[in-house]
Design a protein around this ligand. Structure first.
Ligand code: G1P
Length: 291
């Protein structure tokens, strides 16, 4: 029997340089996809997967995130006075949807270091990691799919996608082989962060969802800076592989890189087309464009 996965860590200390100038003052996690900040999609995915406690690893200039998931007394009082019951419910629901803890990453030392900052809050149990830039639309929430795999197999589970060509160099890449019994599972034997195309051990790229065993914390404590001079989560998980099984898992669903301008445009169009209140109007608008 595996322990339940109750906690999710959201590394959210990054500077968001790929989205300048929008992210000069506004945290990238707060950029709106249709009408919700991208981090809220990750939080809702976790809640729909049975996660009970969310840990945001934040940094300087990220206080808008804390305010977003808190009550807003002035706004709520105004909405109440104006009789805007539905909007009041929307505002209050965000403040009460999740039990959230915050920890600061005081220096931008890398994703592995960000996850390590959550060690005390997570404790000695398996946990999820959600990179909020990666927004995933799925028939069953991606984290829930991964918890299923974890409870069947144990070991750590990394979400993966096949990436063709030089774009692979933006990812952590797995070495290993597909599982003979389950084509969605990949038995890892190694992994490398942001390899050159020629050095990539496979086309299996790590996407921003992980289920990790707590042993990764002690390994991250001794992980040396790697790609880009940063303490990489991929290198910590590579060290974990010396002790425990690690699986890649091709999740069911579609991932959008909402931390990237083009990825955000794609997500905006597709999420808008999925929203019943303006899908028809938006489709008609797109069709009317002289493309
Ligand atoms: C991070 C991870 C990388 C992973 C990617 C997925 O990279 O380090 O292994 O493939 O997220 O989005 P980043 O995008 O922060 O450079």
């Amino acid at each position: 029997m595996t322990q339940p996965v109750r906690t999710a860590v959201f590394p959210a200390g990054g500077l968001g340089t790929r989205f300048l100038p929008a992210t000069k003052v506004v945290p990238k996690e707060m950029l709106a996809l249709v009408d919700k900040p991208i981090i809220q999609y990750g939080v809702e995915e976790c809640l729909a997967s049975g996660i009970e406690h969310i840990i945001f690893v934040t940094g300087r200039g990220k206080s808008a995130m804390e305010d977003h998931f808190d009550f807003s007394p002035e706004l709520d009082a105004t909405l109440e006075r104006r009789g805007k019951k539905e909007l009041l419910d929307v505002s209050r629901r965000v403040a009460t949807m999740a039990r959230i803890s915050y920890v600061r990453q005081k220096e931008p030392l890398g994703l592995g270091h960000a996850v390590l900052c959550a060690k005390q809050l997570v404790g000695n149990e398996p946990f999820a990691v959600v990179l909020p830039d990666d927004v995933i639309e799925a028939p069953r929430p991606c984290i829930a799919q991964m918890i299923d795999v974890f409870s069947q197999h144990g070991g750590s589970v990394l979400a993966t996608m096949t990436i063709e060509g030089p774009a692979i160099s933006a990812y952590g890449v797995l070495a290993g082989s597909a599982d003979s019994a389950n084509p969605r599972l990949y038995n890892c034997t190694g992994m490398v962060e942001k390899p050159k195309l020629a050095d990539a051990p496979s086309k299996q790229a790590i996407i921003g969802r992980y289920i990790l065993t707590p042993r990764v914390f002690e390994l991250l404590e001794t992980t040396k800076p790697g790609a880009g001079g940063e303490i990489q989560l991929t290198d910590g998980i590579l060290a974990l592989l010396q002790h425990e099984k690690v699986y890649g898992y091709t999740f069911e669903g579609k991932r959008y890189d909402a931390g990237d301008k083009f990825g955000m445009l794609q997500a905006t169009v597709e999420f808008a087309l999925n929203r019943p209140e303006f899908a028809d109007k938006f489709r008609a608008y797109l069709k009317s464009l002289p493309l």
